[in-house]
Ligand binder design. Sequence first.
Ligand code: ADE
Length: 256
Amino acid sequence: MYGRIRPVIIDILTLFPDMFNGPFDTGIFNRAVSGGLVEVRLHNIRDYTHDKHHITDDYPFGGGGGMVLKPEPIFEAVEAVNKDRPEAEASPPVILLTPQGRPFNQQIAEELAGKKRLVLICGHYEGVDERVRQHLATDEISIGDYVLSGGEPAAIVVIDAVVRLLPGVLGREASTLGGSHTSGLLQFPQYTRPARYRNWEVPEVLLSGDHARITAWRREQAVSRTARRRPELLENAELTQREGRLAERLRKEDTC
Ligand code: ADE
């Protein structure tokens, strides 16, 4: 007999758990939760303080503006959520969301989608005490070269990208052709009905019913779009010789 699949557990440590209301209550994510594929647990870092005022931040040693998240409540929160876990979930990746982390991409999403459990720490204020990075976090992730007011939106982005990769989460939407980035290329243009809208017509090939032609057209569109918009992505994409020549030509044309 097959046992039920255990949900992937995502523990989120945050000062603002309310920020996660909404994004996780809708669409694909909601279905993944109700289908028992993923379980999100929110933990308020403030609950792991011991002083009367539940203080989570303090002035930086050495002076300077802003406040820094104190280490104690974060360490205690991670230790509490890791306590008494079954073997397979006992030492999950502990990911600090920070602009100084490794840049998030589809490859990292795929790597994280293979884990049984994730712990995400949302930073705030001017930063997090360095000892959290050094002795608690096992990974640091940035979702882009800009500074958010906290790690929560970044955690939502990471979780969304990971959860949609979990087996069984995408139903009919699961694209065997892959969306942007799964192939290392940007996505080809998509159309739906009507075939003519305000005189703008859907490319004839897509209405032809000729699947081989459609696949070839889509692939060529994906290659040319990537070459024009994000040529650096082509370094890691697998191209045929013909596609490589096409990409090279487009790249040159655009720089002329
Ligand atoms: N916290 C603040 N800015 C961030 C970013 N760009 N990525 C991840 N976490 C962050």
